[in-house]
Write a protein that binds this ligand. Structure first.
Ligand code: URA
Ligand code: CA
Length: 433
């Protein structure tokens, strides 16, 4: 088989076979197929796309390029959740203990973040003593015992994806539905989940700016998951403004605690109940969505969800007393209010710009080597649709630098206030299965 023939075949719009796709992923991972040929192939694929079958073969080949996590020692159906990313997305911190509290095993492998705020591990590390450096045996034992544990990324997972993503990044081929879907799904599948719930974001702060593209991506990922034998469901949710109020690591931990107490922001709570209910159904712990939702609401009301969070933190060395006393979380030296300049209705909060403001304060990583400040970030007080009086605070900045003038300007540039009444955006657009 020759790579040049596969490039030509895709260029001319033909469908590749399983053997051909395996040949090109194996060859590329080993270094037998050079970057220039893979680049040409990626561009051909970008324009021609792939069939459902090709996407399944591609995903399987990427999974098989490296290690696969064996979660067979964990009792029950392991359900993982993946979000396509956004600003201030605190859902994992809430969902992991919430669904675990009703008996769904949550075996979470997480990474550090790149961009506006940290990843799940960074956020959890704002709790004193908490660590994710545990052995695979300990990880399995903890999930069986407490139904939830988080471990840092280890092993050589999906090396083909790492290599291919780096190439796509510099050849203008990132934005292909086939390539994004197989990239995301290969990582979830290699991480060992039996079933997967996807939160595909749409809006200004998301990868997929419009609903149609988000639906297409979700459909493609669901087909891949089900095609490789992992039950997969997706919802499409709004990322036209940040989720919840808090953007920043310790601030988001506080927000997650509030939500587990039933006192969190409405949008975050609703999204967690929706995603969580799908997880509970896929794990076969409830007969249907409504029953699952009632179970989760009951667990929040009874304090069971919060108790599960405490047990989980303590089991991994964390100071669980922060749950009752969030003042023990890292706090910033300066709190600066950003007052509204005019009265009216909030019409827009550009999520990306708020993310950038949090980055400027030091809440996120510009490069893998950056050190992040866990205490800093922003807390929004007004969301789209809210009425605001001139002089009322739109946002509180939590900073360790005294001068935050540039951050204030950034926040003003994210907010648009109008005279006309504005409706709050739809949070959950649709569900795909
Ligand atoms: N996220 C991924 O993991 N892969 C992509 O290709 C795009 C976003
Ligand atoms: Ca948030």
């Amino acid at each position: 088989m020759r790579m040049v023939d596969l490039i030509e075949k895709k260029r001319d719009g033909y469908e590749l076979t399983k053997v051909e796709i395996e040949f090109l992923i194996n060859g590329f991972t080993k270094g037998d197929i050079p970057d220039y040929q893979m680049s040409a192939f990626a561009m051909a694929l970008f324009f021609r796309g792939m069939t459902k079958e090709e996407r399944v073969y591609l995903t399987k080949a990427i999974v098989q390029s490296g290690d696969q996590i064996d979660l067979s020692g964990i009792v029950g159906i392991k359900v993982d959740k993946h979000s396509t990313g956004g600003v201030g997305d605190t859902t994992t911190l809430v969902l992991a203990p919430l669904v675990a509290s009703v008996g769904v095993p949550v075996a979470k492998m997480s990474g550090r973040g790149l961009g506006h705020t940290g990843g799940t591990i960074d956020k959890l590390e704002s709790i004193k003593g908490f660590h994710v450096e545990i052995s695979n045996e300990e990880f399995t034992r903890l999930v069986n015992q407490n139904k939830v544990a988080v471990i840092g990324q280890s092993g050589n997972l999906t090396p083909a994806d790492k290599k291919l993503y780096a190439l796509r990044d510099v050849t203008a081929t990132v934005n292909s539905i086939s390539l994004i879907a197989s990239s995301i799904m290969s990582k979830k599948i290699a991480a060992g989940a039996d079933a997967i719930v996807l939160d595909v974001k749409t809006g200004s702060g998301a990868f997929m700016k419009n609903l149609e593209d988000a639906k297409e991506l979700a459909q493609s990922m669901v087909e891949i998951g089900n095609g490789v034998g992992r039950k997969t469901k997706a919802i499409i949710s709004d990322m036209s403004q940040p989720l919840g109020f808090a953007v920043g690591n310790a601030l988001e931990v506080k927000e997650a605690i509030d939500t587990l107490k039933g006192q969190g922001p409405e949008d975050l709570q609703e999204l967690c109940l929706t995603l969580g209910s799908h997880m509970v159904v896929l794990a076969k712990k409830a007969a249907d969505f409504n029953q699952a939702r009632e179970m989760l609401k009951e667990s929040i009301q009874s304090g069971q969800a919060l108790q599960t969070f405490k047990t989980f933190l303590a089991a991994q060395g964390g100071d669980a007393s922060v749950v009752d006393d969030p003042a023990k979380l890292p706090t910033a030296s300066y709190m600066v209010e950003v007052p509204a300049k005019t009265s009216g209705y909030v019409a827009e909060i550009t999520a990306e710009t708020i993310g950038t403001a949090a980055m400027m304060l030091g809440a996120g990583r510009a490069t893998k080597e950056s050190v992040i400040d866990l205490a800093v970030g922003v807390v929004l007080h007004k969301k789209v649709g809210d009425h605001v009086e001139a002089g009322e605070s739109l946002v509180t900045i939590h900073s360790n630098k005294e001068n935050v003038q540039e951050v204030i300007e950034k926040i003003y540039s994210a907010y648009k206030v109008t005279d006309e009444k504005v409706d709050a955006p739809t949070l959950i657009y649709t569900e795909i299965q």
